[in-house]
Design a protein around this ligand. Structure first.
Ligand code: MD3
Ligand code: FE
Length: 216
């Protein structure tokens, strides 16, 4: 019997295709993890992580915040991007220069040039938290890709098709991995399995994922 290596040292190598225009760049964020974590600490000091409510009345198991001109939100009235944080009434924290650069570099490595995101949704998972299968469709511009950075505890990512009933592929996302997808893969259903309790050496019992989008 073999077991999954929870914290592999990725050989930063070839983009790993998970779809025609979707790749995982293993370890792509590792060189700048310290900078990313201190930027997240500064963001959450202004706009703290919070559990939002879905239109159906459920409280999300994932806590979230945002940075950049637009931030994704949900409440009883629906899902939408806003220029201000409903918890503070103030604009979301600015997108750190390091975030913008990393998002552009990753998009470029995946074949999407000139990516210019105006939104960054930051999700925080603790053991047991999950994200059920959904499509990202609140953005104005489906022509732009989405770039996602994973830090901390590993998670099993579900990558489905264009219909909810299409059986999803499962792939692990580790600390430092970046996923990029666009074009014909942009509207695929996707989700995260309930997080197992595998404390990360540096981040402890949490997983942080941030996704860069062109929302406006
Ligand atoms: C989608 N977040 O915030 S991002 C979300 O890890 C969200 O927190 C998840 O879905 C998270 O909306 C997943 C990773 C990801 C990777 C590849 C994809 C999402 C994808 C390919 C196609 C569509
Ligand atoms: Fe999503």
């Amino acid at each position: 019997m073999t077991t999954l290596d929870l914290f592999p040292d990725p050989a930063p190598g070839l983009p790993e295709p998970i779809g025609p225009r979707a790749v995982v760049l293993r370890g792509f964020a590792l060189p700048c993890v310290e900078g990313l974590l201190s930027a997240i600490a500064a963001i959450e000091a202004i706009s703290p992580f919070r559990h939002m409510t879905t239109p159906g009345g459920f409280t999300m198991s994932v806590a979230l915040t945002n940075c950049g001109p637009l931030g994704w939100t949900t409440d009883r009235h629906g899902y939408r991007y806003r220029g201000t944080d409903p918890a503070t009434g103030k604009p979301w924290p600015a997108m750190p220069a390091l975030f913008g650069q990393l998002a552009r570099d990753a998009a470029s490595a995946a074949g999407f040039e000139h990516f210019d995101p105006d939104a960054c949704l930051i999700n925080r998972y603790v053991p047991g938290a999950r994200m059920s299968l959904h499509q990202d469709k609140n953005e104005q511009d489906f022509g732009a890709p989405i770039v996602s950075v994973s830090l901390g505890m590993p998670a099993i990512f579900l990558f489905g098709g264009l219909r909810r009933s299409d059986r999803p592929l499962k792939t692990p996302l580790y600390h430092g991995d970046i996923a990029v997808w666009g074009a014909e893969d942009r509207m695929r259903y996707h989700g995260i399995m309930p997080l197992k309790d595998n404390p990360h050496p540096a981040l402890g019992r949490q997983r942080i994922n941030f996704t860069f989008r062109k929302a406006g």
